[in-house]
Ligand binder design. Structure first.
Ligand SMILES: [Zn+2]
Length: 216
């Protein structure tokens, strides 16, 4: 079974998450908003009484070295609310900037707030993306009916995470989970997360993969 994980928004807490992933040789895909990173780390919002900070633009290459990058748009708007020229800016410019920063093709897109429709999907395709994800939780994730609607099986904090994992393994399908590193709010959660990654990495029937490898 292939295992895919995808993390959103490009946050300072990704640094700790990535240390864990590296310790267990886990692959992962990170969905970034290049229009939101500044010269220095910047305050994003409050989650569970804790400040969520974005990485600085200068840290991105080092932090995400060796991981898959996909675009999450320039500024994380509801794409369905945008005039066409702004929509293309969100889609195309974000891809170009990320390709410039990371010096590699950016083939994937993640819909902010899971907001999309057929028009948005066409625009994502014209902007050069080969696959796109939202966050609906589906049973049979792979192959998706449409690579521009490649949705995960579950969120990483799903109560039935291991049940879904085992079901996908039985089918020898793909297990795909997603989340945000800022949702790890205390030491117990971080320890549980490391245990989860270790358990997958130690499973002889599981193999980490990047999303692009499923579609190329
Ligand atoms: Zn997001």
């Amino acid at each position: 079974m292939k295992v895919i994980q995808s993390w959103d928004d490009g946050l300072v807490s990704d640094i700790r998450l990535i240390e864990i992933l590296r310790r267990h040789q886990a692959k992962a895909t990170f969905c970034l908003n290049p229009g939101l990173y500044q010269e220095n780390r910047s305050f994003g919002w409050i989650h569970e009484n804790r400040e969520v900070w974005r990485l600085s633009i200068h840290e991105l290459v080092d932090v995400y070295h060796g991981f898959e990058i996909c675009s999450h748009s320039m500024t994380h708007p509801y794409l369905t609310d945008l005039p066409v020229d702004q929509l293309y800016w969100e889609l195309q410019t974000s891809r170009h900037i990320l390709e410039n920063i990371f010096q590699k093709p950016v083939l994937g897109f993640c819909y902010p707030f899971n907001a999309y429709n057929d028009f948005i999907k066409d625009a994502v395709c014209s902007a050069g993306y080969k696959w796109a994800r939202g966050n609906q939780h589906l049973k049979g994730v792979y192959p998706p009916g449409d690579p521009l609607e490649f949705h995960p099986c579950c969120h990483f904090l799903d109560q039935d995470f291991w049940g879904k994992y085992d079901r996908q393994k039985k089918r020898n399908n793909v297990f795909f989970f997603w989340g945000h590193s800022y949702e790890l709010i205390d030491e117990t959660m971080w320890e549980n997360f490391e245990r989860m990654i270790d358990r997958i990495s130690s499973d002889p029937e599981a193999e980490w993969d990047f999303v692009a490898d499923l579609f190329v």
